[in-house]
Write a protein that binds this ligand. Structure first.
Ligand code: AMP
Length: 284
């Protein structure tokens, strides 16, 4: 695997391949797990070459503590990437990515104000900026994003559409631990006790899904059941537990429509903020 820290070196390496070979790109913030590796696997199947980036992007964090505590274990990451046959790692410094303060802003309209946007100030502006920069630097044919960050998928798809990026966005299913917990780099920060409670997040999603599909519950009842379940453990602080339309992530109520909806959740478990979601296909 080739490892590059500067844009110039990376671009010099990629240039000869661009005309004739396809490049798949997997952007990450590192502390890699099977969820990230599933994106690499898919990219490897679909492209001649796979580039992974590891960059903990400061502009998408509104919480300094979350940024400072974000796990950084690049040496372990490199071993994992090698083991799955990733071709190129781009691991730039802050100075390389942001030689000047970026004062431009990217607004995503209503989409940036729902769910995560309500709780993480300017988060999607930061995501939009870093993803734009990485797309321009790498110029991939396809880029791979995890369904676990559903809102991020929609934001990136909108970015590509609105600014005519020449890249195809591919969504990948959420990879979970055996007990159902969605894999996340932040899981490493959970204490042993917190880790025991963490699968309850997925259980709450399953409970709400079951109520919607099998018990004719209303959206409100299903949301309340999920929230009640999580609160019963006395360890979660819930930011949101919401049933939404997967097109715009607006609250969804009319269960008689044939539609894809998502149940989305964000909680604090101790100091660690975790998100997850479940997609549901409604049939009329
Ligand atoms: P991150 O390093 O958290 O920024 O994630 C990098 C990419 O991996 C994003 O597209 C995430 O959605 C994706 N990802 C993170 N966790 C998972 C997971 N458990 N399953 C599938 N994809 C994931």
């Amino acid at each position: 695997m080739h490892i590059f820290k500067t844009i110039e070196e990376l671009q010099t390496y990629l240039k000869p391949y661009r005309a004739e070979k396809t490049i798949g790109f997997v952007p990450t913030m590192g502390a890699l797990h099977e969820g990230h590796l599933s994106l690499i696997h898919t990219s490897r199947q679909e492209n001649y070459m796979t580039v992974c980036s590891i960059y903990v992007n400061p502009t998408q964090f509104d919480n300094k503590n979350d940024f400072d505590k974000y796990p950084r274990i690049v040496d372990e990451d490199i071993e994992l990437l090698r083991s799955v046959g990733c071709d190129v790692l781009f691991a730039p410094s802050d100075a390389e990515m942001y030689p000047q303060l970026v004062e431009s802003r990217i607004s995503f309209g209503k989409l940036e104000n729902v769910l995560e946007g309500r709780f993480r100030q300017s988060h999607f502006n930061g995501v939009g900026i870093v993803v734009s920069k990485l797309f321009h630097i790498i110029k991939p044919d396809k880029a791979y994003f995890g369904q676990k960050d559903l809102q991020q998928c929609l934001i990136v798809e909108r970015l590509v559409r609105d600014f005519s990026f020449d890249v195809k966005i591919i969504r990948s299913a959420t990879v979970r631990e055996e007990d159902g917990l969605a894999m996340s780099s932040r899981n490493r920060r959970l204490s042993a006790i917190e880790r025991q409670f963490a699968p309850k997040i997925y259980e709450a999603l399953l409970l709400a899904k079951d109520m919607l599909l099998n018990h004719k519950a209303t959206v409100l009842e299903a949301q309340e059941a999920g929230i009640f379940y999580l609160n019963s453990f006395g360890v979660f602080k819930i930011d949101y537990f919401e049933v939404v339309d997967t097109i715009n992530l607006e609250p969804f109520e009319n269960l008689t429509q044939q539609k894809e909806i998502a149940i989305c959740v964000a909680v604090f478990l101790g100091n660690v903020r975790l998100i997850d979601n479940l997609l549901i296909e409604l049939s009329a």
